[in-house]
Design a protein. Structure first.
Length: 222
């Protein structure tokens, strides 16, 4: 699905990513955990093709990625429905191809006719993910998708993403919270000092840490 080899990136002479290798397959999810400023957003932007690395290669077998940045790219004065139409057409997709199923999965039908500026944070994030997926990609990349959401929308989005995963989509995301990290039964990676480390799943991490809780085991790697 996606393979990245030797990805490096520097800003102003300071290395942010240093020789990162990463891969994920259809039906898998991977969460990248790290402190603020460790390059999580930079890495996701590179994996999604929105940013060029200084060196390294990326191969995406499904064509292109669906990317939802932390600060969504919705148009505040348009309705949710018009945002979906815009992004579908901008990506060369027919709006009726998968938008109805996505709208149902993320439960946005009740506010599809509302302007984005009048929506809650959870509604906006759900709509932004649907807009990202209008290109029908099998690879979904999400930067901090649960940031600032209440427990209702966090759970709703986790369940929707789990359904997409069961349908064979590959999901890559960043997170800070333990419940989000385990919510999709994901492969867990940590990023620190420009290096990406694969830690395993929740259960393998806890076993290897001698029974420590997940958060403590992860913090020990950061």
């Amino acid at each position: 699905m996606i393979t990245a080899t030797g990805i490096s990136k520097s800003y102003g002479g300071e290395s942010v990513l240093d020789g990162i290798n990463f891969s994920a397959l259809p039906g898998e999810s991977a969460v990248i955990v790290g402190r603020n400023g460790t390059g999580k957003s930079t890495l996701l932007s590179i994996l999604a093709g929105y940013l060029r690395p200084d060196s390294g290669t990326i191969s995406i077998q499904c064509g292109s990625a669906a990317f939802c940045p932390q600060d969504d790219n919705l148009f505040e004065d348009l309705t949710v429905r018009d945002n979906i139409l815009f992004w579908a057409r901008a990506r060369g997709s027919r709006p009726d191809t998968n938008a109805p199923d996505l709208a149902k999965l993320f439960d946005i039908g009740s506010y599809a006719g509302k302007r984005v500026r009048h929506l809650s944070g959870g509604m906006k994030k759900s709509a932004a993910i649907v807009c990202a997926l209008t290109n029908s990609s099998q690879l979904l990349i999400l930067d901090e998708p649960f940031s600032g959401l209440d427990i209702f929308y966090k759970d709703a989005i986790l369940r929707a993403l789990d359904t997409l995963k069961s349908m064979g989509k590959c999901i890559i995301y960043t997170s800070h919270n333990t419940d989000e990290i385990i919510g999709l039964d994901s492969q867990i990676y940590t990023i620190s000092q420009g290096k990406l480390t694969h830690m395993g799943t929740r259960d393998t991490i806890i076993r290897s840490a001698g029974g420590s809780n997940l958060l403590e085991a992860i913090l020990n790697k950061l």
